[in-house]
Ligand binder design. Structure first.
Ligand code: PMV
Ligand code: MG
Length: 361
């Protein structure tokens, strides 16, 4: 039996801007995993996922109509990852066979609500990795990223794929996305094997060193939000507000570059200053677009963290979910934990995940 895991993630900085080619974000992998097992089967295969069985399918309304958002449904990511990896395998003349594929997840809670820790990215990566082993494809890390990104984009076409990168590489990364339009054009003309061999313009994934005294704290505010929906909302208003939006992109890029410098120079003060700066920039993005990123609960999470010497901001698309705090290892964290709990903010006991988990098979 093959068993592989892929970690979840948290955005640290550069959200929204990173959806546009060439604008970086900092993302970190965390030590909660989606695990995929694959076992040979005969004539009929099966797919089973903890993320699916009995899980309520979320729906929303668009112009009054009830719509199911497939982008919220993990099964679509598993199927897309299987299709893409098998297409690659077929192009390599590998004989396809039957298997039972099973998914377990530490990234979703039992009622199907997410913590916003990137379970759809992680399940895509874990599925590609499992089939990579099952079919002995010998894919490298960047090739796994590219296949998982292609699979992800068939389900959710408005994301940066930063979650996929964090899940593939682990640890702290600086990430800029590829030119999505270019990739769409190339997909019409090339095989998957050819696409994977190409350099994707704009794509950059760089592992960052972890500053010695840096500590990452994570708080969960509940009210999970749909990332793809929020990104759609921001994109709807960006055309009208082009000038202000372009300024936001430029400022975010400068801010994330400074933060990357902070990581490379082991400078926690600089990292903290840029976390605060990025929070401000996301506030500005909210006023430009009218999209609520920092909810009142996230605002509370941040102001309490600031009272205890932390630099805090919302993580990812916001609208609920998690906030992150960067503190110096030397400052105590217990007073903040108690203050959060009083304010009904749940500290999540997560750690940065750096080393590849041992894989069987
Ligand atoms: O909400 P999260 O943690 O999935 O992060 C989304 C980050 C965005 O930049 C808003 C979107 C993206 O795909 O990068
Ligand atoms: Mg989110």
């Amino acid at each position: 039996m093959i068993e592989v895991s892929a970690p979840g993630k948290l955005y640290i900085a550069g959200e929204y801007a990173v959806v546009e080619t060439g604008h970086p974000a900092i993302i970190v992998a965390i030590d909660q995993f989606v695990t995929v097992t694959v076992e040979t089967a005969r004539k009929v295969g099966s797919i089973q996922s903890e993320q699916y069985s009995g899980m309520p399918i979320r729906w929303t309304r668009r112009d009054g109509e009830l719509v199911l958002d497939i982008r919220e449904n993990p099964f679509h990511y598993i199927l897309a990852a299987i299709r893409l990896t098998e297409k690659y395998a077929r192009e390599k003349n590998i004989l396809l066979s039957f298997y039972d594929l099973k998914v377990t997840s530490e990234l979703d809670s039992s009622n199907g609500r997410k913590y916003g820790l990137g379970s759809s990215g992680a399940v895509t990566v874990a599925t590609v990795k499992a089939l990579n082993m099952f079919y002995a494809l010998n894919l490298t890390q960047i090739e796994i990223f590219k296949i998982a990104a292609l699979a992800n984009l068939t389900v959710q076409d408005n994301g940066s794929c930063g979650d996929i990168a964090a899940s593939c590489y682990g640890g702290w990364i600086a990430f800029s996305t590829f030119d999505h339009q270019w990739l769409q054009e190339q997909e019409k003309q090339h095989t998957i094997v050819e696409l994977i061999e190409m350099d994707w313009p704009g794509l950059s994934i760089e592992s960052l060193p972890t500053p010695k005294d840096l500590r990452l704290l994570i708080g969960w505010t509940g009210s999970p939000a749909s990332t793809s929906d929020l990104v759609d909302q921001v994109h709807r208003s960006r055309k009208e507000k082009m000038v202000a939006y372009q300024k936001f992109l430029q400022d975010s890029t400068l801010c994330v570059h400074e933060m990357i410098k902070g990581f490379k120079e082991n400078n926690i003060d600089l990292i903290q200053a840029m976390i605060r700066k990025n929070r401000q920039l996301l506030h500005e993005l909210s006023s430009i677009t009218g999209v609520l990123i920092e909810t009142p609960a996230l605002n509370k999470l941040c102001s309490l963290a600031e009272e205890y010497e932390g630099a805090a901001k919302s993580s990812g698309a916001g609208g609920g979910d998690c906030g992150i705090v960067i503190v110096d290892q030397k400052s105590g964290i217990l007073p903040l934990m108690s203050a959060w709990e009083l304010a009904e903010i749940t500290p999540l006991p997560l750690h940065v995940y750096s080393n590849q988990r041992k894989e069987k098979g």
